[in-house]
Write a new protein. Structure first.
Ligand code: MG
Length: 179
């Protein structure tokens, strides 16, 4: 069977309209005696997440989505968990560094949408504050930041409450040219 082969001519996009999409996914397991950092804020809970940095699973997913959209690798590559400089690192600072990296490559964030998957704690009371914090970190207005929370219906490791996962999609666009 043969398929018609259309002429594959590369379409040039007007520079100012160039956009890219990115995806970030992250998981961290719970650990006692650590603060729970999520979306750049501390959530009152009896355990936190385990990780080399502050283990902010949501900011890690956002950071990876941004890096992916710009084809700039991933956070493990830029901030290796073997590097003592990033031990206990504030993930908000890592995300700010990612936003600067994108800026140096001529990209700005347009909007993001993220989902946190956790049996507990209940996140509804904190969503507005998380959206505002992420908006500040990626330099957009809060109406360009979607954050939702869901459970995994008691299925699997997340369903047993062993940790938290986060997924994020982002759209980036060319930064306005400065004259
Ligand atoms: Mg992580």
């Amino acid at each position: 069977m043969t398929f018609p082969q259309p002429e594959r001519e590369r379409m040039e996009r007007p520079a100012g309209l160039e956009q890219r999409v990115g995806l970030g996914v992250d998981f961290h397991r719970f650990s006692p005696d650590r603060p729970l950092m999520l979306g750049g804020i501390e959530i009152p809970f009896d355990k936190g997440l385990l990780g080399h940095s502050d283990a902010d699973v949501l900011l890690h997913a956002v950071s990876d989505a941004l890096l992916g959209a710009a084809s700039l690798g991933d956070i493990g590559q830029h901030f290796p968990d073997t590097d003592p400089r990033f031990r206990g690192a504030d993930s908000a600072r890592l995300l700010s560094a990612v936003v600067s990296m994108l800026g140096s490559n001529g990209w700005v964030a347009d909007n993001i949408d993220a989902v946190v998957i956790a049996e507990e704690p209940k996140l509804a009371p904190y969503i507005a504050e998380i959206r505002a914090r992420i908006a500040e970190l990626i330099d957009v207005s809060a109406d360009r930041v979607g954050v939702k929370a869901t459970t995994s219906e008691s299925m699997g490791a997340l369903g047993r409450g062993e940790g938290i996962a986060a997924q994020c999609v982002v759209l980036i666009r060319r930064a306005p040219q400065r004259s």
